[in-house]
Ligand binder design. Structure first.
Ligand code: UDP
Ligand code: MG
Length: 342
């Protein structure tokens, strides 16, 4: 069987970014494999190791010894969930691609429903929509509530507030995403904005099977800032409005100052000066910060550095049709395997 034939006949790619998921990976594989084997389609699982510092890669390579459909793409360093997803989408070869987290919060059993729906209704995107998030912490639910409210204002009302990164996409959608020039794509916003024919399947969000969340507050804030700035220049307008409001206030102060001078009541005036200086300084700093967010992004875009670097990809080592040997990290990470993606 030629390699091309094998590649072109892949129906499904399951892309999973993994960061320090050593504790979850066995559970994940044990639950995912029977589901995919039961679908009766050709598939690959693209496990993208996002620069884990635990033994995630080593364990994946062991598991791959008796699951040749498991493909391991190791990134050189931690680039974050969305960029790791970008690496997986770039590597995936399936006619349909499903992205799913490694912690089993999204049930793999739903993949079958997504595929069936996409095929029967001829859809390009099928979103996994959470019908119940009660297993998430109330902090996560509340912050997610604010996030989706804001994003719907910016991206449009069609954005489902319960759709995360568990979704199925057809080849044409994945190719479109791979061609995006964006430095920090937030896929859960970009995909709905493209306007492909889409449907939904609902599922109940489970608890993380093992380990801790890999999304601390700092990463949540980064995702939110990326989301807002990649979809809207509205914050720049906030700066303009703030400037206008303070300008009006200052005009009033100027008038009252002149009047006070005219009436000869020009007392030391420390308080008013103090407040004016503080207020203006603060507003200017806010506006500078907002501008900086966008300038920083323009800077990153002109540098055009790769979003991620692949250290190795087990499927670039040998054709898929042969039973792979275990790939040692050292042997796999030869310089010729270095792939750069923008
Ligand atoms: N993840 C990643 N890189 C990161 C952080 C997270 O690849 O820098 C992966 C993680 O391994 C998981 C998915 O992204 O498969 C979602 O992360 P997590 O489940 O910790 O987020 P939460 O569900 O708590 O929002
Ligand atoms: Mg999770």
């Amino acid at each position: 069987m030629s390699r091309d034939f094998v590649l072109n006949s892949l129906t499904l790619s399951v892309v999973t970014p993994m960061y320090n998921e050593r504790e979850a990976v066995d559970h994940f594989v044990a639950r995912l494999r029977p589901v995919l084997d039961g679908l009766g389609v050709t598939y690959e699982v693209v496990a993208v190791d996002d620069g884990s510092r635990d033994e995630t890669v080593e364990r994946l390579l062991e598991l791959r010894e008796d699951w040749s459909e498991l493909r391991v793409v190791k990134l050189r360093r931690n680039v974050g969930h969305q960029s790791a997803l970008a690496a997986g989408l770039k590597s995936a070869r399936g006619e349909y691609v499903v992205s799913i987290d490694a912690d089993l919060q999204d049930p793999p059993e739903t993949i079958g429903d997504m595929l069936a729906k996409a095929r029967s209704e001829n859809l390009d995107v099928v979103y996994g929509v959470r019908s119940d998030r009660s297993t998430d912490t109330s902090f996560k639910r509340n912050t997610a509530g604010v996030y989706y409210w804001l994003m719907r204002k910016l991206v449009g009302p069609h954005l489902s507030d319960q759709a995360g990164d568990f979704r199925l996409m057809s080849r044409v959608v994945v190719d479109t995403l791979n061609d995006l020039q964006e430095q920090q794509p937030v896929y859960r916003l970009v995909v709905p904005s493209l306007g492909f024919a889409s449907g939904e399947v609902t599922y109940v969000r489970a608890e993380r099977v093992a380990g801790e969340t890999k999304y601390p507050l700092t990463k949540m804030i980064k995702l939110s800032v990326d989301s807002v700035t990649s979809f809207s220049a509205a914050p720049l307008r906030v700066a303009t409005w703030l400037g206008l409001v303070t300008f009006m206030v200052c005009l009033g102060l100027v008038v009252s100052g002149i009047a006070a001078w005219g009436f000869g009541v020009t007392v030391p005036g420390w308080t008013s000066l103090y407040i004016a200086v503080l207020l203006l300084g603060a507003v200017q700093l806010i506006c500078l910060g907002l501008l900086g967010e966008y300038v920083g992004r323009i800077y990153a875009a002109t540098q055009n550095r790769p979003k991620f670097l692949v250290a190795f990809d087990t499927d670039e080592q040998e054709p898929m049709s042969t039973k792979p040997e275990a790939v040692s990290i050292e042997a796999a990470a030869v310089p010729t395997q270095l792939a750069t993606h923008r």
